[in-house]
Design a protein around this ligand. Structure first.
Ligand code: SF4
Length: 210
């Protein structure tokens, strides 16, 4: 019997503009993997917890290359759900070989050693747990401003990452109450001498794009 190729459960592959974090505004090809190991009540991609289609590395890379012809983005972002639930080693290596820069957006509960250019990590309540490898590897730490987010949590995270790693306060689905709370928490952070805490926004929702 022929060995079956390694496949990944993919929810969607699409071209867009990165709406979150420091790469905000840059053309990006997105690979959204299905499934997540957390079930956050505020999740704005709940539809990707289930479903999707099994695709081989060859088919995924071919799809990206095809999209790249009409939307020549430098970056590929693997997102979810939680993209590291599945073994994306093969696909990231292949995309690197094709010259793409790779971003991974993860809740940081899982670490895999991969050729990634940009880790965006977003630890989640209540524990805000993250794998220790991300202390050095994360390019940015994205915290969703939920109603329960405390200043003490921001302070603790600030102490755990190098000062040069920004901590972004991202409003929950761009809600006004969340922006107000984010601003309040930022002011308190400044008053307490915490550096490199920044306000953020979901740009794609402002522009009404995917
Ligand atoms: S970790 Fe992210 S994708 Fe998973 S449930 Fe939470 S918000 Fe949704």
């Amino acid at each position: 019997m022929m060995p079956q190729p390694h496949t990944l459960k993919i929810f969607e592959i699409f071209p867009s503009i990165q709406g979150e974090g420091l790469r905000q505004g840059e053309a990006t090809l997105f690979i959204r993997l299905s499934g997540c190991n957390l079930k956050c009540s505020f999740c704005d991609t709940k539809w990707a917890w289930q479903g999707g289609k099994q695709m081989s590395t060859t088919v995924i890379v071919r799809t990206i290359e095809r999209l790249h012809k009409r939307f020549p983005a430098e970056w590929v972002c693997l997102t979810g759900g939680e993209p590291l639930l599945q073994d994306i080693t093969d696909v990231t290596r292949n995309l690197k070989k094709h010259g793409f820069k790779i971003q991974v957006e993860t809740n940081a509960t899982i670490f895999r050693s991969l050729p990634v250019d940009w880790y965006t990590i977003s630890p989640k309540p209540d524990e805000y747990f993250f794998q220790p490898e991300y202390k050095k590897l994360a390019k940015e730490v994205k915290i969703i401003v939920t109603r329960e987010l405390l200043f003490e949590t921001i302070e603790k995270l600030r102490g755990e990452f190098p000062q040069a790693t920004p901590i972004l306060l991202q409003p929950q689905s761009n809600r006004k109450w969340s922006m107000d709370l984010g601003l309040k928490l930022l002011k308190k952070s400044i008053q307490h001498g915490l550096n490199n805490i920044r306000l953020s926004v979901q740009l794609h929702k402002v522009y009404g794009i995917r």
